[in-house]
Design a protein. Sequence first.
Length: 314
Amino acid sequence: IDKDALEAQVKERKIQEAAEKAQHERFAHDMKRNDKLMCLLEERQKNEIKDMNKALTEFQKNCQKPETRREFDLNDPQALKKDRPARISDDDPRCTISGMQKFMGEDLNYDQRMKFQKEQLREWSLQQQKDWKNALADQKLADDLYDKFRIELDRKIMEEQKKEEESRRVVCAATKTFNRIQAAELDHKNELEKAQKIKDDMDEITCLLRGDFLSENPDQAIGPCSKHPVLVDRWKGMNKEQLMAIRQFQKEQALEKERAREQERRRDAEWDRQRVQAARVQLLWERHQQRQDRVQRQDLDVRNAELSQEQKAK
């Protein structure tokens, strides 16, 4: 027993050591993963700081140039080169009367203005010539295309007209042939129908003359089976036996109806007698009840008087 317990303890100890080892390995794995994440985050932070510094440098280089400062015009080394002369042209607004920069009759921009006007006229002339040539070329091209289109359209129209005339000719010929055949068949059919109609009329006249309808035969109204003993469309009237049977049946119906009325009168009289008797019984019971109520009230009054006398005596 001690050996088994010792083995069990050893096994339990091994299991605990294995669990602790697995837990240490998980911790080590988590620490490695956290270290990698920290390294990645530090690298990312360094890159972000680097990008921010680079963006700041680019912003200062592009948007915060020295020449954009308010006091740059005081320290600009090219200020004299950039400065405008005292007089640029005849219409310079700085040339005031007291400035002594412009006198009557002076025209400093004459040569330049004339040169510009001549150049402008030449450019306008060349542009007009070019536009005119382009317009003529476009018009000629459009006319050529329109002529080709009209020729092709006329050719197609002629071909379609020829095809349509040919198809119309074929259709007309086929229609004429079909109509001719239909007319012949219709004539033959009319002749057959006319002959058949004449034959049917003659058969009908013969049947009517020899039949029972015109001869007023009363036996023709007798049906072939018991379900329909009389044929209504051929019935010519009733005989004496049938009329006597109907009158006898009507008399029996009248007697039966009279007996039903007599029974109804007797039943109504019995109901009236029962209602009168019930009303009489109800009236007697109400009178009896009233008498009992009156006796009870008298007894109650006597009792109340005795009680009152006793109360007064006390």
